[in-house]
Design a protein around this ligand. Structure first.
Ligand code: GLP
Length: 236
């Protein structure tokens, strides 16, 4: 694992954007695995600026998002599909048909999970997976549990996560209780992984993920098994 710490969110985001941009330059039809959350917002803005300046071309890029809430229509501004459209896809020349987010409104969620894994496999897997990390060490929505979940699956959000995300909703009762998340198999099969985190709150969990035992109680600790992980962290 490579670990870099930065003095500011801005510098961390610039480094993350440069790594994604290098991947796109090296392979114009690359498959990017993408996260939501507040951490990648600036990275996405910098990538959009690179596109606007003519430095980056998303025309052939394909994307698979890590996760989506269940029961929130994609048009709802809290859906991860809306988040991605607003923060990245609407601001670059990506073909929206080449962007993929799990369908949290599928009538058959189990079938949707199988479809999503098959889709990732059919794209040839992920070239670069950008990850955030939850305060409890979750990646995607793979919450701490007794075992690592291998395939894309539907999970119950933990109380910690519900509390952390109530800020985006009018009332805690509106926070979804379930989400579809890519499992560890697709994440760990990515050829390259870049995990970004900022804020002091995440320092302890980052340390546990890097230095502690590999345990499903700290889902991000499984990244220790991957040969090409870069962690970009800024306290501020
Ligand atoms: C959500 C997403 C994760 C993301 C995490 C971190 O839980 N499902 O993929 O990594 O948020 O969020 P933030 O960057 O806002 O701390």
């Amino acid at each position: 694992m490579k670990y870099y710490s930065f003095e500011s969110y801005e510098k961390m985001s610039a480094k993350a954007a440069s790594m994604v941009a290098a991947q796109i330059t090296l392979k114009e039809n690359c498959v990017l695995g993408l996260p939501t959350g507040s951490t990648p917002i600036r990275t996405y803005e910098i990538l959009a600026d690179m596109y606007k300046n003519g430095a980056l071309d998303f025309a052939q890029v394909q994307t698979v998002n890590l996760d989506e809430y269940c029961g929130i229509p994609k048009e709802n501004e809290q859906s991860y599909r809306s988040f991605m459209n607003h923060n990245l896809f609407d601001n670059v020349n990506i073909n929206i048909d080449n962007t993929n987010v799990p369908n949290g409104m599928a009538s058959d969620i189990a079938a949707e999970c199988i479809r999503y894994d098959e889709l990732i496999d059919s794209l040839g897997g992920i070239d670069l997976q950008l990850l955030g990390i939850g305060n409890n060490g979750h990646i995607g929505f793979n919450e701490p549990s007794r075992q690592f979940s291998k395939d894309t699956n539907c999970i119950d959000l933990t109380e910690d996560t519900i509390q952390a995300y109530k800020r985006f909703f009018n009332d805690i009762s509106e926070v979804p209780r379930k989400a579809i998340t890519m499992g560890m198999r697709s994440i760990l099969h990515a050829r390259k992984i870049v995990l970004i985190a900022n804020s002091l709150v995440k320092e302890k969990i980052i340390r546990a993920a890097i230095e502690g035992p590999i345990t499903p109680l700290v889902p991000a600790s499984i990244l220790q098994l991957h040969p090409d992980v870069t962690i970009l962290y800024s306290k501020k």
